[in-house]
Design a protein around this ligand. Structure first.
Ligand code: FES
Length: 156
């Protein structure tokens, strides 16, 4: 665990120090800061909180909201619904995969991006659609996706 992450962990543990029934909220806070809950984080929590790692893992794996595998700082979703497919979603997905160097369902090694394909996002009229974090981008072509991802990569 890098020092910056350890500091975040310390702050969150201190925030809940002595409070009962805190584990779920603590895990959610950790996920919000670290983007996912790693085995290393669970081991560290177990030592610090004196709670068996198996119990922490059970709680973390019970809730769908908790990510037990790496999730990037930026979440990219390409709509593969029918209307978007008709308008070139496959080409858009191919470009996005190529630009990020990962396949759908994967996270870049530097944890900057996680890419997923999703079904209809409910805004078919502006397809093909890509959602980056919470921003919807419509009528996206290869050029536009390169611009969007390039801007985020330089911000990271
Ligand atoms: S099919 Fe893509 S938004 Fe509906």
């Amino acid at each position: 665990m890098i020092d910056a992450d350890r500091k975040k962990l310390d702050n969150i543990i201190n925030k809940y120090d002595g409070k009962e029934g805190f584990l779920i909220q603590l895990l959610l806070d950790l996920q919000s800061e670290l983007h996912w809950i790693s085995k290393e984080t669970i081991r560290e929590l177990s030592l610090r909180l004196k709670i068996p790692a198996s119990q922490i893992f059970r709680v973390a794996s019970f809730y769908k909201a908790m990510n037990l595998s790496p999730v990037g700082r930026h979440k990219v979703c390409v709509c593969m619904g029918t209307a978007c497919q008709v308008r070139g979603a496959q080409r858009l997905l191919d470009t996005t995969e190529s630009k990020l160097g990962i396949k759908s369902g994967q996270t870049t090694p530097d944890n900057s991006f996680t890419l997923n394909r999703v079904n209809c996002l409910g805004c078919c009229a502006i397809g093909p659609v890509i959602v980056v974090d919470d921003d919807y981008h419509g009528r996206v072509d290869s050029k536009k996706v390169e611009k969007i991802l390039g801007r985020l990569a330089s911000d990271s």
